[in-house]
Ligand binder design. Structure first.
Ligand code: KG4
Ligand code: ZN
Length: 337
């Protein structure tokens, strides 16, 4: 079964064709991040306008790269939420029209759950699986006992991990998106001691929740305390931010592994592209001698793309009529479409 996936929830316009939920035949992403870098963040109206410009060329390229035509497609899958309403509507209206025109069933996709399915694009992990989903707007820990069987374990009480990376990057004078910028700047810092400059909020609390807004405030205080030295200390502060965020993500997640004893641990979402986070998980799993199938998709499949949208549609598969397709900007990871 070949599925066309369409993703337009924020500032990436993406289309992919995936066979049987695992084989990527094409995967095309056009990002307007460069445009948003000039303003230090996404301006929703500009993102939506850019989606309108990119959506059809991106779909056309996805077909070209796969060497296929619409006749070869079995289903059309599209993100319905969460995301920016203007951006979401571009993908939804496009998918609805194509489905009607081509007479192909339509699958509405939860973007957050779909992120997890980037892990199915390599080979299928075993259930029960614990997933840490860390994106620009969400930080959720969920337990999956099967396709469509998702239980929410914990999440952030304020800012998402990606949002924290983005906001701290801005405070440090680094570009948008902040995660890759912080990660790159941190590479230039040669660690001299293990001093922790920033707090690890809620790290010892007996729950599976996070809080990242205090970290951002601590970074602001540090920057304000000595603005003239920011240029000299940028790499050090970036490394300190990255260490603080990754420490709490790893600690709370591995505590959940201990409690729920899943067979697999899967990372997903843009922040999962962070090399330090991946490395720290590997180190701690080995150090604590935890027996688990730990997986994280290749970095390019962690950030927004449409390959995992198509993979989700294959495994979760719940078609709807074009008349019923609705955008849901506030959709949660356990929300009903
Ligand atoms: O999943 P995603 O591509 O889009 C959303 O659904 O939000 O995640 C975007 C987020 C941004 O906050 C970005 O700064 C972060 O993922 N990100 C990273 C890295 N690459 C992207 N954060 C840390 N390290 C990275 N290498
Ligand atoms: Zn995403």
């Amino acid at each position: 079964m070949k599925i066309l996936g369409i993703e337009t929830s924020c500032d990436e316009t993406a289309a992919a064709i995936v066979e049987n939920g695992t084989k990527i035949l094409s995967n095309v992403v056009a990002s307007s991040a460069e445009m948003h870098a000039k303003t230090g963040g996404v301006i929703p109206e500009q993102a939506a306008r850019q989606q309108v410009r990119s959506v059809l060329p991106v779909i056309e390229t996805a077909f070209k790269e796969a060497g296929l035509s619409e006749k070869d497609i079995d289903l059309v899958a599209v993100t319905v939420g969460p995301g920016l309403i203007g951006s979401l509507l571009v993908g939804i209206e496009t998918a609805r029209t194509l489905s009607l025109l081509w007479g192909k069933p339509l699958i509405p996709v939860n973007h957050l759950v779909a992120h997890i399915y980037a892990n199915w694009l390599t080979n299928e992990p075993e259930f029960p699986a614990l997933e840490l989903v860390v994106s620009g707007g969400h930080t959720d820990l969920v337990l999956m006992r099967g396709h469509g069987k998702i239980e929410w374990i914990g999440g952030t009480r304020d800012d998402a991990a990606g949002e924290c990376f983005d906001k701290c990057a801005r405070l440090l004078g680094l570009s948008y998106p902040g995660g890759p910028a912080i990660s790159k700047a941190a590479l230039e810092y040669k660690k001299t001691n293990g001093m922790q400059l920033f707090p690890r909020p809620m790290i010892n609390d007996d729950n599976f929740d996070w809080s990242f807004s205090g970290l951002k405030t601590a970074v602001l205080r540090e920057v304000k305390s000595n603005p003239t030295s920011l240029k000299l200390r940028r790499a050090e502060l970036a490394a300190q931010v990255q260490e603080a965020i990754t420490d709490v993500l790893v600690e709370k997640t591995l505590r959940a592994v201990k409690k729920f004893e899943p067979r697999s641990l899967l990372l997903a979402g843009g922040v999962a592209a962070n090399l330090r986070l991946r490395e720290k998980f590997q180190e701690e799993i080995a150090r604590r001698k935890i027996k688990i199938d730990f997986r994280v998709p290749p970095p390019g499949l962690c950030t927004d793309n449409a390959a995992y949208i198509a993979a989700y549609a294959y495994f979760v598969h719940s078609p709807t009529g074009w008349q019923q397709l609705k955008a849901n900007p506030e959709l949660t990871i356990v929300g009903q479409i």
